[in-house]
Ligand binder design. Structure first.
Ligand code: NIG
Ligand code: FE
Length: 412
């Protein structure tokens, strides 16, 4: 379908030459065109400009966007969208006073989700995940990273990744997959974590690489989960298969995970609720994108990633949902952007940059997603009539999205 969006009140994130990512002060600039048009053809952004210089074009379906804002669809660079069942019971236990860590140490948490997932058929898992994917697309997400990590056996990890790949075949959203077999140590290996590390390195990684099921590799580097040494070992192995790391670090403790991630040229280090000077230092001038997950901080009631400090220190920052059943059961990037402003003190410009071009970079999609640039994939959000883009984070909890365009098609 060819689309011509006209009379757009303001077109956001317009970059003739798209940057790879933005950091520090550059994050506060959000280039826009007021009273604009965009031409979409063959699934890509063909052209755009100001209404006073709109060329006459034929054969396009015109869409009047008066009063509305058009912007690149959100890029969600960290999710666990493929999972089975839910953990509502644990949520209520937490409300009654148990901590996330206490629940995990009793065999709940990730192991609870793994048990459910192992008992769920691949088709059922697909349909449960499909419902969540449709929901996030409606909320304006145009590209998403999906992790494994609730399988914890070779077969169940591969099942998760096959489901993510199958979703990618059936839906216009762009999907990147991440192998997170090192999410928790399964019960059977409780006294033998090295045995599980051997399984990860010698069986899971080679098979997943052979079947090309993953774009990235991940590990939960945290006290009670995997050590810095485990992380170093897994990432060294993964490099042999060309899998770039995107890892979970510094959620509860700073134990050196950021450093080991940067050492292995991780594409991103995610969570970062707890940061020290050495962590900031090692990120300076690296190619690793620090990624904040404010939905997780909100839901668990843990500190927010010091995103303001990071940007003030000249670092880049990306935003993602962490959509998962235990620590962030929401895939709503609109809420994430709002929470980043309210709780992390990002400006609307910074938050929008963090949730578009920087999060595109954090999943290797910066050349094709995250900005309004000629030739990029036509993944667009068309808002309802709103006074300005600051209204997006301001009006938290309201659905301000009118239409979503993915791969040049209007989402029905
Ligand atoms: O990113 N921190 C590790 N993993 C997920 C949550 C896992 C779970 O509780 O199911 C996260 O928060
Ligand atoms: Fe996560």
């Amino acid at each position: 379908m060819k689309l011509l969006l006209t009379h757009i009140q303001e077109l956001l994130q317009v970059r003739e030459l798209a940057p790879i990512f933005l950091k520090g002060e550059a994050m506060s600039e959000l280039p826009t065109i007021k009273d604009a048009w965009v031409l979409v053809n063959h699934g890509v952004i063909e052209d755009y400009g100001s209404m006073d210089a709109m060329p006459k074009v034929k054969g396009f379906k015109p869409i009047d966007c008066s009063g509305k804002i058009v912007m690149p669809a959100w890029c969600d660079s960290h999710s666990h969208l493929v999972y089975a069942g839910n953990r509502e019971g644990e949520f209520v236990d937490r409300l009654k006073g148990l901590s996330y860590q206490e629940i995990a140490s009793k065999g709940g948490g990730i192991l609870n989700s793994a048990k459910k997932l192992q008992e769920t058929s691949e088709d059922d898992l697909y349909h449960q995940s499909e419902a969540r994917l449709k929901e996030v697309m409606k909320m304006g997400t145009g590209a998403i990273e999906i992790k494994s990590g609730y399988g914890l056996t070779t077969e169940a990890e591969m099942k998760m990744l096959r489901v993510a790949k199958r979703l990618a075949e059936h839906y216009p959203i762009t999907i990147k997959t991440n192998f997170l077999g090192a999410h928790a140590v399964p019960k059977e290996f409780k006294e033998n974590k090295d045995g599980y590390m051997d399984l990860l390195c010698n069986e899971m990684l080679p098979q997943i690489a052979e079947e090309k099921l993953a774009d990235f590799v991940d590990i939960f580097c945290e006290e009670g989960y995997f050590t810095v040494e485990d992380t170093d070992r897994l990432l060294s192995e993964a490099t042999k298969y060309g899998l770039r790391p995107k890892i979970h670090v510094n959620q509860f403790n700073s134990i050196g995970g950021v450093e080991v991630g940067v050492k292995h040229n991780a594409l991103s280090v995610d969570h970062l609720e707890v940061m020290n000077d050495a962590d900031y230092e090692v990120l300076q001038d690296s190619q690793t994108m620090p990624t904040a997950l404010p939905g997780c901080s909100f839901f668990l009631g843990i500190p927010y990633t010091p995103g303001r400090e990071m940007i003030d220190k000249g670092l880049p920052l990306a935003l993602a949902t962490d959509y998962n059943p235990g620590s962030a059961p929401s895939g709503n990037m609109n809420f994430v952007v709002s929470a980043a402003c309210v709780k992390m003190k990002l400006t609307p410009e910074e938050a929008i940059n963090a949730a578009t071009i920087n999060s595109a970079y954090a999943m290797g999609l910066e050349k094709t997603h995250g900005t309004i640039t000629k030739g990029k994939v036509a993944n667009l959000i068309i808002t309802k009539p709103i006074p300005s883009y600051g209204y997006l984070p301001y009006s938290f909890g309201s659905n301000l999205i009118d239409q979503v365009v993915l791969n040049g098609q209007i989402l029905e």
